[in-house]
Design a protein around this ligand. Structure first.
Ligand code: CP
Length: 321
């Protein structure tokens, strides 16, 4: 399949056919990641900058590992150790990084639209690793890929997002992707944590968690975005947890095979009952494994020069070291 994208900025850029193509390629990379020797030479001599101007454990490590497993070199820059601290603009920092001639920049930034801004000013691939409240496309792709590996289809599936929808780039991207794939989407949150334009979302809204969980096939618990003023929008954690912390009791009315996801980092006992997070229903650690495979897929599609040749003659599945 011809891959038309130079950047990964938002779920809205993809067609359904492209998403299914990503899933089929990601299966190959998932298999590579289960081998004893996980490195393949498809991005040898390519370099990737990991520019994280906000904290990250999962996304940064996952992109780093993905690039290295494809044999690319990676270079990390964080806001605290960059000249952004000294007043340098984002554009000047980006142009400086560009002058070092990397092949791609993976960027996380607190400002919505920051990755898109970079893509307009630089002539290399930009991958959005989370921009403000706006989008986290690779998280949505890895969440959907995790579900796809269990379900194979999203038809007749209902997915419930719980918690801080208003400040969540994970929810925005996840809702867009899962509805494109054909799932029905529910959300359950305090009214103060719903986005003002909620009526434009393709979702059913619930305020009672027991009703929201009835017959659902998957639940995605969201992190309370405390750094984005969420704490001021509900009385206290205890009260929030009483109404919106997912417990085993809530899941009694769900599909008995319901799956449980959380993008992390988790606030145990506030967003999700600790034992439930560790239960057999939880695919939280599968999400992490899917993330590496999905990010390998995206880097491969953006950066491997002769990608179509690779797929035709020398499938990634067989391109071991
Ligand atoms: N899910 C996610 O974006 O986690 P990190 O903030 O640890 O990257």
């Amino acid at each position: 399949m011809f891959w038309p994208h130079k950047h990964i900025l938002d779920i809205a850029q993809f067609t359904l056919e492209e998403i299914n193509y990503l899933f089929s390629l990601a299966e190959n990379f998932f298999e590579i990641n289960s081998r004893q020797i996980k490195k393949v030479p498809v991005l040898k001599r390519k370099s990737v900058v990991l520019f994280f101007a906000e904290p990250s454990t999962r996304t940064k490590t996952s992109f780093d590992m993905a690039a290295k497993r494809l044999s690319a070199d990676t270079f990390s820059l964080s806001a605290s150790s960059s000249s952004l601290k000294k007043g340098e603009t984002l554009k000047d920092t980006a142009l400086t990084l560009r002058a070092m001639n990397p092949d791609a920049i993976v960027m996380r930034h607190s400002q919505s639209g920051a990755s898109s801004f970079l893509s307009r000013h630089l002539d290399i691939s930009i991958l959005n690793a989370g921009d403000g409240w706006h989008a986290h496309p690779t998280q949505a792709l890895l969440d959907a890929f995790s579900l796809y590996r269990h379900w194979s289809t999203f038809q007749n599936k209902t997915v419930l997002f719980i918690g801080d929808i208003a400040h969540s780039r994970v929810a925005r991207s996840g809702i867009a992707l899962l509805s494109l794939l054909g799932a029905s989407i529910r959300i359950c949150a305090p009214r103060t944590l719903l986005p003002p334009d909620i009526k434009n979302y393709p979702v059913q809204i619930f305020s009672d968690l027991h009703s929201a969980c009835c017959d659902v096939d998957a639940v995605i618990c969201l992190r309370l975005q405390l750094e984005r003023q969420a704490a001021a929008l509900f009385p206290d954690f205890h009260e929030y947890a009483q109404k919106f912390c997912l417990t085993g009791r809530h899941l009694q009315s769900a599909n008995p095979k319901a799956l449980l996801l959380h993008p992390g980092p988790m606030n145990r006992g506030i967003e999700i009952e600790s034992a439930l997070a560790d239960s057999s229903k939880s695919i939280i650690l599968d999400q992490v494994a899917s993330g590496v495979a999905m990010r390998m897929t995206l880097l491969y599609l953006l950066l491997a020069g002769s990608k179509n040749e690779m797929e035709g003659k020398n499938n990634v599945h067989h391109s071991g070291p």
